[in-house]
Write a protein that binds this ligand. Structure first.
Ligand code: C2E
Ligand code: MG
Ligand code: MG
Length: 630
């Protein structure tokens, strides 16, 4: 919606302004003409004119001049003080100037001159339209009366009447035009202050006002008020790929679709960007909110699909309800925003209601995210190693590096909690590099003292494959610098890495592989368990997820599943590591199905490097003892 342009005026207003100007010119001409004629008459150059004495001519001339000067002066004053009063004062002034100017013998009730009384009153006290209507009505009545009496008036009195009407109308026309332009300007400024320029919808200021009002009403009527935050999914992508003009059009369409999906009494506001807020209510029950939310989502899909820009938008909605989720405007807006965040986290294209437990959790996540920044510099991380045992020999040949974070106030926090946060805020790359570097140094030491083939597995998140900022040395380069062969490290990848893989991921994996680094598919069986990945990305190991090993008993479903995974992996020439082995029975079953390696609490919990050092020595000695012939 475009705003009214205050400077632009309609043709009627243009006409008014020009007519007013012409009338002033006419008055100036009359003033000059009568002045000269009156003077010529007085000195006897010409005879009496239209029955007027030279004094009458001079008085009318002065009155006209006064009107012209008065109008111009008052317009000038108005430009400085902006009120309606100057025109009223001017009209009274005209009364005072014109009454003495009118020849007293012509001024009687019923003569044409007498019309000035109601006309002046109308001009002084009403607006232009009423003033003109009064003038027309009075003129008509007077004309009818005089026509009936057969005495319409002398040419002189008609002339004086005409001059008087012009003298009264002209200032009003000029003045009203000026005043109107200003009124529009003020109106436009007011509209802009409370509305969004692109969509014409209320802005944040008006939303705040309306929310306060709606809250008062909901309290009075004991009704439910819903505050709904609306966000267009992936709008920035549309904006970037299609250009801002299409983006603006979509925003306008979404605004219109939102407006059309709610009642006239509900408010739809735009906060800026692709964020809208809707106030619904007061409503009698919560199911009404659900219905409106469905309508909103459906109408956005439908309306943006219809447009010629070939984009179908979806929306995420966050809802907070009064009185359940907050009693003040501020709380409701904040909670609706948090619910919107939950809707986005849950995968977008849906509505989420505010949930106090989720809110506490998300606040905690935010705090942890802040804590993660700088945690590396503060030395809050350490790496522990969990042994991976060769099921044939019982020897520890590998270990998995697992990160630990000791939070300054909360103590030890599980990586299952903080790794997703670090992935989300980007700190994972730096932290992951540190884990890799620490593990590489450790495996170097173990290769020297225990086993030249010892291998440490390091987990690498999908985010780390995406973030190749070029500042950090690649892991292959780091291994070269440490003089370590590639096979000293195995990378544990989740299926997410392979699922999202693009040219860059494939390139990075190829570089790691050609440097001899092993690739291990972690948590196998929990994701897509796609066999094509194992083949396509040339994995070396498959790690059977803990959830399969947990219920592993003779003849169980898990037993069949584990057997199938082992058989399939071997057929593809991959080695198998079983995670989460906690009992001797599980170990025995896995060994019987020819699973290659086992990892789990039975064989050793994640522990400090020094502890693992001791464990490796003792198991190596035990294994050696077991294989020594008696
Ligand atoms: P994961 O890579 O699958 O690691 C195995 C998890 O299973 C570890 O949990 C380990 O302590 C646990 N586990 C091992 N054996 C047993 C067992 O017998 N019983 C039970 N109940 N659990 C066992 P943790 O250390 O809490 O790590 C959780 C996840 O965090 C890891 O799962 C991995 O995905 C991630 N993670 C840990 N460190 C790093 C890291 O440095 N970088 C990245 N990107 N992710 C990491
Ligand atoms: Mg792992
Ligand atoms: Mg795992």
């Amino acid at each position: 919606m475009t705003q009214p342009d205050a400077a632009e005026h309609t043709s009627l207003e243009g006409f008014q302004y020009r007519a007013g100007g012409l009338m002033l010119l006419f008055l100036a001409a009359v003033s000059g003409g009568l002045g000269i004629l009156g003077t010529a008459q007085r000195i006897g150059l010409i005879p009496g004119m239209l029955g007027h004495t030279p004094e009458t001519s001079h008085r009318i001339a002065s009155a006209c001049l006064a009107v012209c000067l008065g109008t111009l002066t008052l317009r000038w004053i108005h430009e400085r003080n902006r009120s309606q009063w100057p025109i009223r004062v001017l009209t009274l002034f005209l009364t005072a100037v014109i009454i003495p100017a009118v020849p007293s013998d012509n001024f009687r009730l019923g003569t044409p001159q007498s019309i000035w009384v109601p006309v002046l009153i109308a001009f002084a006290l009403t607006n232009l339209r009423w003033s003109l209507l009064t003038t027309a009505a009075v003129l008509l009545t007077t004309a009818l009366v005089h026509h009936k009496n057969g005495a319409f008036g002398t040419p002189a009195s008609l002339f004086v009447t005409a001059v008087m009407i012009v003298a009264i109308v002209a200032p009003r026309l000029v003045y009203d035009r000026t005043f109107e332009a200003e009124r529009k300007l003020a109106q436009a400024a007011k509209h802009l202050a409370f509305h969004d320029a692109l969509t014409g919808l209320p802005n944040r200021r008006l939303l705040d006002d309306r929310l306060e009002e709606a809250l008062k009403k909901s309290r009075r009527e004991a009704g439910i008020l819903a505050v709904v935050f609306v966000d267009i999914d992936h709008f920035s992508q549309v904006n970037n790929s299609r250009g801002h003009a299409v983006g603006d059009r979509l925003i306008t369409e979404v605004g219109a679709a939102l407006r059309a999906s709610v009642r006239e009494t509900d408010t739809v506001a735009r906060l800026g960007g692709d964020e809208f807020v809707i106030l619904l209510g007061p409503l009698t029950d919560r199911s009404a909110v659900d219905r409106v939310l469905e309508t909103i989502r459906a109408s956005i899909k439908r309306d943006t699909d219809r447009g010629d820009h070939g984009v179908q938008l979806t929306t995420s909605l966050g809802v907070a309800l009064f009185p359940d989720d907050g009693s003040t405007a501020e709380d409701l807006l904040r909670h609706a925003d948090q619910a919107l965040y939950q809707a986005k986290v849950a995968g977008r294209d849906q509505a989420c209601f505010f949930n106090a437990a989720q809110q506490a959790e998300s606040a905690h996540r935010i705090a942890l995210g802040q804590g993660l920044r700088g945690a590396l510099d503060r030395g809050e991380f350490h790496v522990v190693y969990q042994p991976i045992v060769d099921l044939k020999t019982g020897r520890i040949q590998k270990a998995e590096a697992l990160l630990r974070w000791t939070h300054p106030t909360e103590g030890s926090i599980s990586p299952a909690v903080f790794i997703p946060i670090a992935e989300n805020n980007g700190t994972i790359s730096e932290i992951g590099d540190w884990v890799f570097h620490t593990s590489a140094l450790q495996v170097k030491a173990w290769r020297e003292v225990h086993d030249p083939k010892f291998q440490v597995s390091v987990n690498r998140s999908p985010v780390q494959f995406r973030d190749v900022s070029g500042v950090r040395a690649s892991w292959v380069e780091q291994l070269e610098r440490l003089g370590l062969p590639g096979d000293s490290i195995a990378l544990e990848l989740t299926e997410g890495v392979l699922l999202e893989s693009n040219a860059s991921t494939s390139e990075q994996l190829a570089a790691l592989r050609s440097a001899g680094v092993s690739l291990s598919l972690d948590d196998f069986g929990t994701g897509y368990s796609s066999l094509s990945y194992l083949h396509e990305f040339e994995m070396d190991y498959v790690k059977i997820d803990r959830s399969f090993v947990q219920g592993l008993t003779e003849g169980s479903k898990q037993h069949v599943l584990c057997q199938s995974i082992v058989a399939m992996a071997h057929a593809l020439s991959l080695a198998v590591v079983a995670e989460g082995v906690e009992t001797e029975a599980q170990r025995a079953l896995l060994a019987a199905m020819k699973c290659d390696f086992a990892q789990g609490y039975l064989l050793g919990r994640p522990m400090a490097a020094a502890q693992l050092d001791v464990l490796i020595r003792s198991t190596t000695a035990a294994a050696a003892l077991a294989t020594t012939p008696a």
